[in-house]
Ligand binder design. Structure first.
Ligand code: IMP
Length: 183
């Protein structure tokens, strides 16, 4: 059984998510917002964040996968995975985003390839405002010059799981965010 090390406890996460929600509430005061979650990793963050904001809010979800041969989970854990940058849409949003306030919700900003692609895609809908909320940020891994507007925690280049994040689809249901040691 892999030994996991807690990086961020459930209490630290809850406190920070509430702070981000307060910022979003302030920035969009009196306006309606659509939270667009990136499947599947952002589902838990979106659930907590959206319940903590005091705004007229609705949800939507978008799905992506990357082209290219993804390495086996152990290889990905060891070296991370640098895709070619080509991202494939597996599920589009269900509604028009034109003229709407959008908060794109992602679990982690790593190379930035996924959010760069999604930002461009959503901007084509001509939203009124588009903001990015990312619970985690690994700035040392960035390949594209993109930043989150609401970032929970900057973390080192470690492979993390829990609170929605997976390793080969496992551990998404952990309440804490944990590091899987690379050996
Ligand atoms: P990016 O396109 O490289 O920024 O990748 C973002 C996606 O990579 C995230 O949505 C996650 O699915 C995945 N990812 C990056 N780092 C981790 C990690 O440490 N644990 C789990 N998934 C990760």
């Amino acid at each position: 059984m892999t030994e996991l090390k807690v990086l961020l406890s459930r209490d630290e996460i809850a406190k920070r998510v509430n702070e981000l929600a307060a910022e979003i509430t302030r920035d969009f005061a009196g306006e309606a917002v659509i939270f667009v979650g990136v499947l599947k990793g952002a589902a838990i963050f979106l659930a907590d964040l959206s319940r903590a904001v005091k705004l007229d809010a609705t949800f939507d979800f978008i799905g992506v996968s990357s082209y290219g041969n993804r390495p086996s989970p152990p290889q990905e854990l060891k070296a991370g995975w640098d895709s070619t940058g080509e991202v494939k849409l597996t599920k589009d949003v269900d509604q028009s985003m034109q003229g709407k306030n959008i908060v794109l919700v992602e679990d982690i900003l790593d190379t930035g390839l996924t959010l760069t692609y999604l930002k461009k895609l959503l901007e084509a809908h001509q939203p009124r405002r588009l903001k990015i909320a990312a619970l985690l940020d690994k700035p040392s891994r960035r390949k594209m010059p993109i930043q989150g507007d609401y970032v929970g925690f900057q973390i080192p280049d470690e492979f993390v799981v829990g609170y929605g994040l997976d390793y080969a689809e496992r551990y998404r249901n952990l309440a804490d965010i944990c590091i899987i040691p690379r050996e």
